[in-house]
Design a protein. Structure first.
Length: 518
């Protein structure tokens, strides 16, 4: 390959990587902590402080790998929310590099004479430049990825493992090597100790190897089935590390809260499938953008037609990408009790690759389509601006409003923590916080972790009287506070003479976070 081409590729990749990190890190904590973020970061703090509790996320049926990754960043950064979110930012970068590699190997499959996978990857990266940067550009500027790359949740990490699972599955098919089999198994296992939907990657990796190998000799089929079986076994062994945690069984129990059983699905097949398909349309219209959707569909139809006319083997790759993108999406729509955008984030990588391949096909036919691509991406830039600079003005789809409004959004919590830490320098401070689990009290605890003379206790919601333990603390001479969202505080008006509102923080939905001194 021309050395000049290699140089241009790596310079372009470095520049786009810088754009990625700048766009993700700038104003990273402008959006306040969200319920699940507060829980995950609090678990990470507990793991950091007490190593014997490294499996504490299992208490709520959550796999702990993301929380384990957050721990080192808590030791580096003083802001716990930044520490949690930078973990996701790095996961997103890991994902974006996987997109470039995956596009390259699909667009330039190896020749039979190529035996070295690393050398092949290098050649494919350079040979498919500059079109292999299309998925990276879409990923960087898509509100879909931009928003969730900046949240301290495990979904971007799961998506990263998904794209690398698919990439390594292709490499395993092409090269049939034991080392690739081990790497694939490791990625599958790490995905499964991140989130339960990783089970889709196991099924799809096996299905991909089987589908592709059936097109070849019996020897190739048997060889590849052995290698993929080794990968699945390694992944299963890694997942079973979680059995070291005493509450491993909670994963299966909590999964039942999120998905319907097979008998339930068969008894009402269109519910929740039909409403969730409507949700999917709303999600992609908002986060992916109608111009990019239409351009991708047009390109995909043209790409499929071109492959059918020329009888090219690339059609099998398109089928696999469609399977990795659509089958989990439809399955989730059919069985999910709880359906939000980030729960389907892991299907985004194959969708982006399909879009990129389709758009590249259109551009190769007529350069004017590159203008449409630029328009499709630029039409979404205002949303990126809002997400970064003015998140309080975001108008997200209804199923995602909890990041910005309602009790799940943490407006004012960081400011309250700063005030309480100052007060704890002068007195023993006790805070009765709304709820027991979630945005409050976990959101307050992450900012006050390790603060002497400051104790936070959850007191539930919709309280109609001041809890007795807080009144007792007041009698002992402690400074005692209540921290509540105004909409969830049900104290009778006669009690307000005994209370003093110290701080009040407005939320975008006209609710208020109140810090009340007893």
């Amino acid at each position: 390959m021309p050395r000049k081409n290699s140089l241009f590729f790596f310079i372009s990749l470095i520049l786009l990587s810088l754009i990625y990190f700048i766009s993700r890190i700038y104003h990273l904590t402008n959006l306040p902590v969200f319920a699940d973020e507060a829980i995950y970061i609090r678990w990470s703090q507990i793991i950091k402080n007490v190593e014997t509790l490294r499996f504490i996320p299992l208490s709520d049926g959550k796999q702990p790998f993301f929380m384990w990754l957050v721990v080192p960043f808590l030791k580096i950064f003083s802001d716990p929310l930044f520490a949690g979110r930078i973990t996701t930012v790095i996961s997103g970068f890991f994902l974006s590099i996987g997109l470039v590699l995956l596009f390259s190997i699909i667009s330039t499959p190896p020749k039979p004479s190529q035996q070295n996978p690393l050398l092949y990857l290098f050649h494919s990266l350079v040979a498919s430049f500059p079109q292999n940067l299309i998925p990276l550009i879409i990923y960087i500027f898509s509100p879909f990825s931009f928003f969730y790359d900046r949240l301290a949740t495990a979904d971007t990490l799961l998506s990263a493992f998904g794209v690398w699972s698919l990439l390594l599955t292709f490499l395993l098919y092409y090269f049939s090597r034991f080392d690739i089999s081990i790497m694939l198994g490791t990625v599958l296992g790490l995905a499964w100790i991140t989130k339960s939907p990783a089970i889709y990657f196991f099924v799809l990796s096996f299905g991909t190897i089987l589908f592709l190998s059936l097109l070849h000799t019996r020897k190739k089929l048997i060889s590849n089935l052995i290698f993929i079986s080794i990968s699945l076994l390694i992944g299963f062994v890694i997942y079973n590390i979680l059995r070291l945690g005493p509450q491993f069984h909670m994963i299966a129990l909590r999964n039942q809260d999120y998905v319907w059983s097979l008998s339930d699905v068969l008894s009402h097949p269109l519910d929740p499938l039909k409403p969730h398909l409507s949700d999917i349309v709303t999600i992609f219209s908002y986060y992916y953008g109608l111009p990019l959707i239409l351009l991708s569909i047009a390109g995909l139809l043209y790409l499929i037609a071109s492959n059918l006319r020329s009888h090219k083997s690339n059609l099998s790759s398109l089928i696999i990408l469609l399977a990795w993108g659509l089958l989990p999406l439809i399955a989730n729509a059919a069985i999910a009790k709880v359906f939000t955008t980030r729960y389907i984030l892991f299907i985004l990588p194959p969708i982006i690759i399909l879009s990129s391949l389709s758009i590249h096909k259109l551009i190769s036919r007529n350069r004017l389509f590159s203008i449409l691509l630029i328009f499709s991406i630029s039409s979404q830039l205002f949303k990126l601006y809002q997400m970064s600079f003015t998140p309080q003005n975001l108008s997200l789809p209804a199923i995602d409003q909890g990041y910005v409004v309602d009790w799940t959004s943490g407006w004012g919590i960081k400011e309250v923590s700063q005030y309480l830490k100052q007060r704890s320098l002068e007195a023993n401070v006790i805070v009765g916080s709304e709820g027991y689990f979630g945005t409050l009290p976990d959101g307050l605890q992450i900012y006050t972790d390790g603060t002497p003379q400051l104790t936070i206790v959850g007191v539930g919601i919709d309280i109609t009287s001041i809890p007795s333990n807080l009144l007792e603390a007041k009698a002992y001479g402690d400074e005692v506070y209540l921290l509540f969202n105004q909409s969830r505080l049900k104290l009778p008006s006669s009690l307000y003479d005994e209370l003093s509102i110290i701080k009040s923080y407005n939320k975008p939905d006209n609710d208020k976070l109140l810090l009340i001194k007893i």
